[in-house]
Design a protein. Sequence first.
Length: 321
Amino acid sequence: MPTQTVEETAEEIATMEIRGAATIARAAAEALAAQARESDAADPAAFRADMRRAARRLVDTRPTAVSLPNALRYVFEGMSGETVDALESSVEETVDTFLADLESARDRLGRIGANRLRDGDVIMTHCHSTDALATVREAVAAGKHIEAYVKETRPRKQGLITARQLREMGVPVTLIVDNAAHRYLNDVDHVVVGADSIAADGSVINKIGTSGLAVSARDRGTPIMVAAQTLKLHPGTLTGHTVEIEMREEDEVIEPEEREEVGDVEVHNPAFDVTPPRHVDAIVTERGQFPPESIVTLMRELYGEVDSDPWTEPSGGDSRR
Ligand SMILES: O=P(O)(O)OC[C@H]1O[C@H](OP(=O)(O)O)[C@H](O)[C@@H]1O
């Protein structure tokens, strides 16, 4: 497969051809490696400026999944050297390590999450999350029989991806529209979802509809497991920043012909919502499972306080275009 340029990757993240918090992080890191390989920078300063510009282009695509800036930060921390060649190899090596870590974190998380699932359990899913599916994959690999209610997940219907992948694991699937979730929760042992960002107070930022599902699940007494590797921990929330919720175009919600008929109304299309920690039973990471209120300790240990982004322009700007 030819290497994707930063521009192509950014475009595909924005249009959601590349989607899912971990997949976005992977693609962004790979795009930085491609940028480094193909750089024609004459000196280290120009190389670094090119990398900063590339990172800014990638980070500006979608605001909510912190895995994207966390991936870029990881690569910038590994970038070192006094020559362009040395800088380039350091980026490539760092990206290779990052990609390997991403996979092994997902697998470890999967094994930990699988311990919460018992033979014969029925789960309910929302959207499509590689981390959430890893827990089911590991449970099935351990010989447990799992069945699933899969929520369609309007407006983009990522539930269909989940349904297909669960079927490929041999999990019997019942697909339901989002509005049917409450109706079926009585038959469900666990709600299993992923996350795009986890805030310092243990709030979970995930696909729109997660918070409503969590309220329903609480009402029914159904436990909610959030599967999120530590790349989803949002260090900015340690210093009081809030997580920006992406608003997407109205044409994802309503077809142009329908729009004509409806007339002059506003259409809002928030991609994510915030589930408060009191509605979540456990956040499962590759470092173990945590009650949401205690995730802040892990966040401090792994990220400390992040004050600035390494791709912000130094004074004087990144002049090379
Ligand atoms: O990293 P993994 O677990 O694959 O996905 C995490 C989350 O990313 C997705 O967002 P979108 O579909 O990109 O808007 C969903 O909200 C999903 O729960």
